[in-house]
Design a protein around this ligand. Structure first.
Ligand code: HEC
Ligand code: HEC
Length: 277
């Protein structure tokens, strides 16, 4: 029983007792007390009937890099940021011109990705370089804030996600690739030896995986490397990729600690030297 329900039961009891006293007791003082308690009980019942509003702090979107599998995931996160942390919806509308600031409908089609990035991070720089302005310049009662600085302070991943959202809601192809999203920076001491790691990779992984090469029937690990930290990657290697599969079976035994460190050094090196997509 919730607190409110408990109080309601107490209120009902008070009203019930008051009513029965009024019915069965003749003494005037007790009747007055009974009447007053009925009124008070009824009053508190009404008050408790009003729906309660919980005031919780706004939810903070968690940018879980490892959970981003494709461009749609990215745009979905961007949408949350647009209406939440990014505060864009305070000023901008999408598809109705009643806002205080430019309506962003179709902006992902109007502006290139580079322009979008610039309008978010250097809002004063481009203003009327915008190549498709129609009509006389418009003046807005608000100023586009620097999105990458305080107080909004979105980081690069979050800005990319917002751009993906702006593109997808404009019906454009999303040109931000999940591999561009950087795993959170963590200090990784590269203790392994990458040449040794390459041998380990050839022996244990090359049957099913490549690094940076598309090959039929094999999974390229490069996109995964881009969004995983060292510990995350180790976890992926030591767990089965699909429920019930045996593809990664026994790596905890087959991979000596030194070999595992070497393998990580090889993969991290591949990630660092990979050509930008
Ligand atoms: C305080 C109000 C405010 C907030 C918050 C804000 N903007 Fe703006 N934004 C503006 C104004 C005003 C302009 C017009 C700038 C100009 O043309 O002078 C603008 C321009 C833009 C443009 C360029 C539009 C075009 O047609 O050229 C984009 C894109 C944009 N904002 C996206 C965003 C995004 C994404 C966010 C949230 C991360 C955001 N804005 C948050 C006020 C705001
Ligand atoms: C018998 C085949 C096989 C071998 C051997 C194998 N893997 Fe995998 N691995 C898979 C499959 C299948 C997946 C799931 C791929 C997918 O989701 O498309 C996978 C997934 C992964 C993933 C996660 C990919 C993702 O998208 O999250 C990583 C990381 C990985 N393997 C690393 C390794 C490493 C490192 C080795 C060598 C030590 C290795 N694997 C050996 C079959 C194998």
């Amino acid at each position: 029983m919730t607190e409110v329900q408990l109080l309601q039961v107490i209120g009902l009891t008070v009203v019930g007792v008051g009513a029965s006293l009024l019915l069965f007791v003749k003494a005037r003082f007790i009747r007055v007390v009974a009447f007053v308690s009925m009124v008070l009980g009824a009053f508190s019942l009404v008050a408790l009937g009003v729906p309660q509003m919980a005031s919780l702090p706004p939810a903070v979107e968690k940018f879980d890099v490892a959970s981003i599998k494709d461009k749609k995931d990215l745009a979905a996160i961007g949408q949350k940021i647009f209406f939440g942390k990014g505060q864009c919806a305070l000023c901008h509308t999408i598809g109705s011109s009643e806002g205080r600031c430019p309506d962003l409908k179709g902006v992902g089609a109007k502006l290139t990705r580079q322009f979008l990035y610039e309008s978010l991070t250097q809002p004063q720089a481009y203003v009327y370089m915008d190549y498709q302005h129609v009509g006389p310049p418009k003046f807005f009662p608000a100023k586009m804030p620097y999105i990458n600085k305080k107080p909004i302070g979105l980081n690069k991943n979050e800005i990319y996600a917002v751009i993906a959202f702006l593109q997808s809601m404009s019906g454009e192809e999303i040109t931000v690739d999940p591999s561009e999203i950087e795993a959170p920076y963590d200090v990784v001491l590269v203790i392994g030896d990458k040449a040794g790691g390459q041998k380990v990779f050839r022996a244990l992984c090359a049957k099913c995986h490549t690094v940076g090469v598309a090959e039929k029937g094999k999974t390229d690990l490069l996109p995964v490397l881009g969004r995983q930290t060292d510990p995350g990657l180790r976890r992926l290697v030591l767990s089965e990729p699909k429920l019930g599969s045996k593809d990664h079976q026994g790596f905890d035994r087959k991979l000596a600690l030194k070999d595992f460190d070497d393998l990580m050094a090889y993969l991290m090196d591949a990630k660092a030297t990979a050509k930008p997509l």
